[in-house]
Design a protein around this ligand. Structure first.
Ligand code: C2E
Ligand code: MG
Ligand code: MG
Length: 618
């Protein structure tokens, strides 16, 4: 243990202890939630493993030594008998005799006189289809096709451990296959192929039935709209097969969180719906929604990687909020969007005011598409202060949207929309260019070379062309790349580490610096992060807030500064608002700060004045 880690050990011990506690709980819940398959369509599942046993019926076998005339009499007596198996002394089938063959021989004149001494073994068919009782229906169908279709008429002999147990007819086989095909077609049309839960079509049908039943029985029910948070980001950063598996696990978690009589369906993409029937008490739907939120939050194991996801749920009640299928869907959807707008990871029960919000959100996305072209976006700059010299050492570029009707909209509201719609790529590239262009302009106006910190979204970073885009901006603007610092969050760095290291190295090779933004809010450990070529960590503002009064925050900041320092990383504390916070941060020897105490993010023009004033303060 290093000196620093020794000093940190009580903190580490507590952390490890908590982690071990949750691990036990986690394992149990994972087993309960993820291993349990939803009970979808029992008959379909059984059919997957259907064997010829299902087709079996018993026909008295004929000993191979039996005389033909005796066998003829058996067929004459039993009009329903069409085919019979022929067996040896050990009950092992050796052939098959059918009515057609007997008729063919004995129909001719004098046939009885000619053949009455013959044994059945001499005239039987010697190449029947003989299959084990455990052969699957699919395999039997293939064997039959390969052996020639005449076996469809004769039927098949079924054995167990080579001994005769019964027969199956071609007719029965066809019936079974047709029925299965119908079930397959039904399944394809009504169930989601990826997750196995009902699809939109079946859901609408069930919702209609639920409405009718609720009207008749006078029992309310709830419709819950569920949307996986930041799915696009996960899908884009971790790949589509990871995303698919996540959706499968997500569907299992939803199914395990409700009663079997409830319906969980997939509407498409990462959108699911749940019909909660027979609500018995007030607040029942809210309780289920809360349980779902809790279950979803538990860690998920996907391809050996543990991942934490959250979901946003909107609830609409029948008949309180609406008594029509379309009305309920629209209202549950509106409530769900309200959760998204409020920061995701929760549920909201519908209220009329959310209708308006839904219209606003969709118009916001449309407006954002035009914002770039209409020059409604701009970049503000927030100074970063070097404490020992009390000088501005850099700025962070922060995006702003001047909406023509709504005024200034903060990135917290529109960056998620930009990420979900993919617009972030164009917007991110624009910010990068604009911030670098501004840097060059300031230098030409006599400002010193300052660090230009620029935020990069996960989707932007995972884009193949990202490094090339950065290179183009450097060349296009003429900025000295050593003054660019790209800010990435922990989750961006921690996902797909091999790919990340490669990209980070490529960026470093361009001469630029890299910082981890909002450090402490993700799940990474500092020592793990040092495997990446990182220059700086930005201590998240949640630890800085009231640090002088919150001992836990102070301990964490102290630990981050001590450990980061020992690992040779530079550090900056974000969100310093008060003189108390500043003093406390200073006492822990953090060299750089950023926050409202010094300046809010300001337009480029104002920053120039700020810079000149900051010099006069000396
Ligand atoms: P961030 O990168 O952590 O930026 C710091 C945020 O904290 C900024 O919010 C800033 O205005 C705010 N802040 C700074 N000092 C203080 C303080 O003393 N007190 C408080 N309460 N807040 C402070 P802003 O500008 O609203 O940006 C929010 C987030 O939006 C940023 O967090 C960043 O994650 C994202 N963002 C901003 N611009 C961009 C961009 O160009 N691209 C991308 N991908 N994300 C951006
Ligand atoms: Mg930042
Ligand atoms: Mg930050």
């Amino acid at each position: 243990m290093t000196h620093v880690e020794q000093r940190l050990s009580p903190l580490l011990f507590l952390w490890l202890f908590m982690k071990s506690l949750t691990r036990a709980a986690k394992d149990k819940v994972l087993a309960d939630l993820d291993m349990k398959r939803p009970n979808l369509d029992g008959s379909y599942n059984q059919n997957q493993s259907a064997t010829v046993k299902q087709l079996l019926h018993y026909v008295d076998p004929i000993p191979v030594q039996q005389r033909c005339l005796d066998v003829l009499n058996i067929f004459i007596e039993d009009k329903s008998l069409f085919t019979a198996p022929v067996i040896n002394d050990n009950n092992v089938p050796v052939g098959l005799i059918d009515r057609g063959r007997l008729t063919e021989i004995f129909f001719k004149p004098y046939a009885r006189d000619l053949h009455h001494r013959k044994l059945i073994g001499e005239i039987m068919t010697t190449d029947p289809v003989i299959v084990d009782i455990n052969t699957s229906i699919d395999d039997l169908a293939n064997i039959t096709i390969n052996a020639g279709m005449r076996h469809m008429a004769n039927g098949f002999i079924i054995v167990e451990s080579s001994a005769y147990v019964g027969m199956a007819t071609g007719h029965k086989l066809l019936e079974e296959i047709t029925q299965r095909k119908q079930q397959d077609l039904y399944f394809l049309a009504h169930y989601d192929q990826l997750t196995g839960v009902p699809n939109r079509l079946l859901f609408k049908d069930r919702l209609m039935q639920a409405c009718q039943y609720a009207k008749r029985s006078d029992k309310p029910f709830a419709l819950v709209f569920v949307d996986l948070d930041r799915f696009k980001q996960i899908n884009d950063t971790l790949g589509h097969s990871f995303g698919d598996q996540l959706l499968i696990n997500f569907a299992h978690r939803l199914t395990s969180s409700v009663r079997e009589s409830d319906t969980v369906a997939r509407m498409g993409g990462d959108e699911f719906v749940i019909i909660l029937q027979n609500l018995t008490e007030a607040g029942h739907a809210e309780k289920v929604a809360a349980t779902i939120i809790d279950n979803i939050r538990l860690p998920m194991l996907i391809f050996d990687r543990e991942i934490n996801v959250t979901a946003s749920l909107g609830v609409a009640l029948f008949p309180l909020h609406d008594d029509t299928v379309d009305g309920l869907i629209r209202k549950a959807d509106a409530a769900m969007y309200e959760v998204k707008a409020k920061g995701r990871n929760g549920y909201i029960v519908y209220s009329e005011v959310y209708d308006q919000c839904l219209i606003e959100r969709s118009s916001l996305e449309t407006d954002l598409r035009m914002a770039l072209n209409n020059q409604e976006l701009s970049v503000f700059y927030q100074p970063q202060i070097h404490l020992p010299s009390n000088r501005v050492i850099g700025v962070e570029a922060l995006l702003r949207w001047h909406h023509p009707k709504r005024g200034l909209i903060s990135p917290g509201t529109f960056i998620p929309i930009a990420e979900e719609s993919g617009l972030i790529l164009a917007i991110g590239a624009w910010v990068l260019h604009e911030a670098c262009r501004q840097h060059v302009e300031w230098v030409s106006q006599g400002l010193p070379l300052l660090r230009m910190a620029i935020n990069v979204s996960a989707i932007q970073f995972r884009q193949k062309e990202f490094c090339a885009c950065v290179k183009d901006v450097i060349e296009g603007t003429g900025i000295d790349p050593s003054y660019i610092e790209l800010e990435l969050t922990e989750s961006v760095v921690m996902t797909n580490p091999l790919q990340t290291v490669a990209t980070l190295n490529e960026l470093r090779a361009l001469g630029i610096k890299l910082a981890i933004d909002d450090f402490g809010t993700g799940h990474s450990s500092l020592s793990y992060l040092t495997r990446f070529p990182i220059d700086r960590i930005k201590i998240d503002q949640s630890f800085v807030r009231n640090i002088q009064d919150v001992p836990a925050n102070e301990a964490i900041v102290k630990a981050i500064i001590a450990m980061g320092g020992s690992l040779g990383l530079e550090m900056i504390a974000e969100g310093v608002e008060t003189v108390h916070e500043l003093e406390c941060i200073k006492n822990h020897h953090c060299q750089e700060v950023q926050g409202f105490h010094f300046s809010k993010p300001i337009p480029a023009g104002e920053f120039k004045d700020y810079w000149h004033q900051s010099l006069r303060k000396d």
